[in-house]
Design a protein around this ligand. Structure first.
Ligand SMILES: [Zn+2]
Ligand SMILES: [Zn+2]
Length: 66
């Protein structure tokens, strides 16, 4: 694990995409019309992992933006 350097290089990659943190945050805060949870709790395949250690009760497995 190289923790901090991973974090810094990720920051550099995000900057290269010409995306502001405001836009990135807004992107991850979009809610799912299937389960009502934010995109950020859906994994890379779209499956919802739930919030606050509670699994998603809807069994959502595809993120669908509202
Ligand atoms: Zn969910
Ligand atoms: Zn969902």
């Amino acid at each position: 694990m190289s923790g901090k350097s991973d974090y810094l290089s990720l920051g550099a990659r995000i900057a290269k995409l010409n995306i502001s943190m405001t836009e990135l945050t807004a992107y991850f805060r979009v809610k799912c019309s299937n389960c009502g949870h934010q995109r950020i709790v859906h994994d890379e395949f779209g499956k919802c992992e739930g919030v606050m250690n509670k699994p998603c009760s809807s069994g959502c497995d595809v993120f669908d933006p509202e």
